[in-house]
Design a protein. Structure first.
Length: 571
């Protein structure tokens, strides 16, 4: 989609040639290389298919959205000019998708003809697929420098435990193929270009063929409107963005066979791996074989108030840079209806549990001393003491007293986001020890990878939430988190698992009586209406790291607590 990032176009053309030849002369396509241990927790099953078999079952579309950006830099261009990132109007077409969540008000999605057509075309393709979805969507980009020659960038969206495992699988399978096939001599090319074998490696020379992580953890920034995100959330079973190194602006005006070979090889790996895995992805992970098992009975404090386009705040900030409902192109913007609540994570996850989450009433917690005894684990997400479903307020004194007593009897209390303030209300830490902070995106620097709360996470796990799809702005003062002063936390007997900033605990565990309190300072924040969200809001947006933290945190079983959740489904 970016005209000055040529590797995807070169690689796509060569992949089409490969497939045509292999369909005629014979040739296999694989969905991975057995050179890694899967983050999904399941040993990957690698498959090899004849190309003609794949092509008999699939339609593969290779699209160049940005004709202007390509043509302006080509050999017949007069005068000769560099390739252009945007189209002839200078618009970055990659920011043009109608993203659910926060929209940058300085641009209007789908304002350019290329993306109006592209959006319609992609939906037509999805409509023709099984379940009215594409099997897969890949958005190939280029970058100048990185620690890897190919960055596999995990999409932002509302993904449940099945979705995340499929996304993790395609990311690591693609990495395994690129790791095994990328031209080894490219490192020498980089060193020679920097001054010869005796010179120091310049900043940004990659250390590995491929790497995968969230966009922010990969590039150091993020945005909304990405094509890869849109394909992964609204069009495909899975989808991903990719960045190929040395594939941006300057290198593409000259032909370097080693660079181009890597651009082509990387693109081949992206497309062919996705083609092969498309036949297996729904078999490998689905609602019948993915289980989230808390061992005991798990419940959550039910917050009945969603964020909607019809609530008192309405649509919040009106779309448009001047907050008057007028978009960047001068046209009036319509607000799409929405109903979003972080409670949806519990209902979605319940479908994968042996016994579903039990919704718990704040008023009953406050009024009935033994009400929580039916649970082994209780999750309080963002609001520590929401109103009950009738709009009634629970007494804070008895609510937090009964909650603490239940923990001391052996319960596992999981607090996320602003609900960490319950630590003060329960008398575990002093009032000033808990703080609400703002960050670029919710993140945690893990200090103890041996702890059960972070089991299964990779060493580069960091970002916890994709806050922009919940409506939050993007910047260092945008995304909400809650943290606990480290000294106060450890004085209370707490074990620090991760921090967000110096001396600020965001993930950890405190033993209290026979039970424990686990904190996750950024996981399930309520969506916000404060910014332009003309296409609506998502309900939750855990990254794979945030998801594993939540799945691990609810695992708890004690003999004296918990009963069958089937008997406790009503508030």
């Amino acid at each position: 989609v970016h005209g000055n990032e040529r590797g995807g176009l070169e690689g796509g053309m060569r992949t089409a040639e490969d497939l045509a030849r292999a369909a005629t002369d014979g040739g296999k396509v694989v969905d991975g290389v057995a050179n890694y241990e899967s983050t999904t927790g399941r040993k990957p099953e690698i498959h090899s298919y004849e190309a003609r078999e794949l092509l008999s079952k699939q339609a593969v579309y290779l699209i160049d959205f940005n004709i202007d950006g390509w043509a302006i830099g080509d050999v017949w261009s007069t005068p000769p000019l560099p390739y252009s990132r945007g189209n002839s109007f200078g618009t970055d077409l990659n920011r043009q998708m109608p993203t659910i969540g926060r929209i940058n008000p300085d641009r209007n999605p789908l304002q350019e003809a290329e993306m109006i057509f592209g959006h319609r075309f992609m939906h037509e393709v999805a409509e023709s697929g099984p379940g009215k979805k594409m099997a897969y969507g890949a958005d190939v980009h280029g970058e100048l420098t990185s620690q890897a020659y190919v960055d596999v960038m995990y999409p932002a969206g509302q993904f449940d435990s099945v979705d995340h495992r499929r996304l993790m699988a395609i990311a690591e399978r693609t990495k395994s193929v690129i790791d095994a096939t990328l031209y080894e001599g490219i490192a020498e090319e980089s060193e020679n270009a920097s001054g010869g074998n005796d010179a120091e490696y310049p900043r940004g020379v990659p250390l590995k063929p491929a790497h995968w992580a969230t966009v922010w953890d990969t590039l150091g920034y993020t945005d909304t409107g990405f094509i890869g995100d849109y394909m992964a959330t609204d069009l495909g079973v899975t989808g991903m963005d990719y960045e190929i190194m040395f594939n941006h602006t300057v290198p593409e005006k000259t032909w370097n066979v080693y660079l181009q070979e890597n651009h082509i090889t990387a693109t081949r790996g992206i497309i062919k791996t996705a083609m092969a895995y498309a036949l297996f992805q729904s078999k490998e992970f689905n609602t019948r074989n993915v289980t989230v098992d808390p061992k005991g009975t798990a419940g959550y404090v039910f917050d009945p108030k969603p964020v909607t386009s019809r609530d008192r705040n309405g649509a919040g900030t009106l779309p448009g840079p001047s907050e008057n409902g007028i978009g960047a192109n001068g046209d009036r913007v319509r607000q799409r209806p929405y109903r979003a609540t972080n409670m949806k994570w519990f209902t979605d996850t319940s479908k994968l549990m042996p016994e579903p989450f039990v919704p718990m009433s704040t008023r009953k917690i406050a009024r009935q001393r033994g009400y929580l005894n039916r649970l082994d684990t209780l999750v309080v997400a963002d609001r520590a003491r929401p109103r009950d479903k009738r709009g009634k307020v629970a007494s804070p004194k008895t609510y937090f007293k009964n909650m603490r007593a239940w923990v001391e009897r052996g319960g596992n209390l999981v607090l996320t986001d602003r609900a960490l303030r319950a630590l003060h209300k329960m008398g575990v830490v002093d009032k000033g020890a808990v703080s609400n902070i703002k960050v670029y995106q919710p993140y945690a620097d893990i200090q103890d990878f041996e702890h059960a709360m972070v089991a299964g996470l990779r060493p580069n796990a960091r970002q916890l939430v994709e806050a922009a799809v919940l409506g939050y702005c993007i910047g260092n003062e945008c995304s909400p988190m809650t943290v606990v002063d480290e000294a106060a936390f450890t004085d209370a007997g707490g074990h620090v698992v991760a921090t967000t900033g110096d001396g600020q605990v965001s993930v950890g565990e405190i033993e209290l009586g026979k039970g424990r309190i686990r904190i996750v300072g950024g996981a399930l924040p309520r969506p916000t209406e404060e910014y332009d969200h003309r296409y609506g809001l998502r309900s939750y947006a855990l990254t794979y790291s945030g998801l594993y933290l939540m799945e691990n945190s609810i695992v708890h079983d004690v003999p004296q607590l918990g009963r069958s959740a089937k008997l406790q489904r009503t508030l």
